[in-house]
Design a protein around this ligand. Structure first.
Ligand SMILES: NC(=O)c1ccc[n+]([C@@H]2O[C@H](COP(=O)([O-])OP(=O)(O)OC[C@H]3O[C@@H](n4cnc5c(N)ncnc54)[C@H](OP(=O)(O)O)[C@@H]3O)[C@@H](O)[C@H]2O)c1
Length: 163
């Protein structure tokens, strides 16, 4: 089953200059808990923005470059999102973790969306696609706790594809 996990601003911004804009330690903890022990699927740009492989997760990358050699060992390479989707559908769960191009490509196949919704607009150049509420229903929304290290109001929201 394919799920997607994202942190997005109120205006759907998810990044700028190939980087995350905000630092929200509570969101990083949530992401870690959700994805540890599972496959994470990402676009080539997101893979290359990681400082290292995320521990205890199998990394899959999607690129059009037929001769692509990932910067880290053990990364499984796909050349089309649909091939990664087919492989993901053999698993209990696999998480698409971005970036913008991957979210766009995987949205039609995603069964669940784990969305950290930050209640503030940010300026950026990468966006999460609109969530079609005819196709997805919100099944959970948990308000995050604001503190000095997590200064913006945010919620952990789960959407599930309607039957
Ligand atoms: N807030 C969040 O939760 C979150 C999460 C992840 C990323 N981000 C942000 O998102 C931004 C990066 O997003 P992005 O859209 O620029 O990059 P991306 O989706 O990570 O990677 C794009 C690359 O994926 C490959 N690709 C895309 N479509 C493909 C297709 N149909 N077939 C084969 N390969 C394909 C291409 O690689 P090649 O060029 O090698 O062919 C393309 O350049 C950054 O700002 C990052 O910080 C935010």
């Amino acid at each position: 089953m394919l799920a997607m996990v994202v942190a997005k601003a109120k205006n759907n911004v998810i990044g700028k200059d190939n980087q995350l804009i905000w630092h929200l330690p509570k969101d990083l903890q949530y992401f870690k808990k959700l994805t540890t022990g599972h496959v994470i699927i990402m676009g080539r740009k997101t893979l290359e923005s990681l400082p290292f492989l995320l521990p205890n997760r199998e990394h899959w990358v999607v690129t059009r470059q037929t001769d692509y050699v990932p910067p880290y060992e053990g990364v499984r390479v796909f050349h089309a999102p649909e091939d990664a989707v087919k492989a993901a559908q053999q698993l209990d769960i696999a998480y698409c973790i971005g970036g913008a191009q991957m979210y766009e490509s995987f949205m039609p196949y995603a069964k669940e969306l784990y969305v950290t919704e930050i209640e503030q607009e940010f300026e950026g150049d990468a966006y999460f696609p609109a969530i079609d509420l005819h196709q997805f229903e919100m099944v959970e929304s948990i308000a995050g706790e604001v503190d000095e290290k997590n200064p913006w109001p945010f919620s952990f929201v789960t959407y599930r594809r309607k039957e």
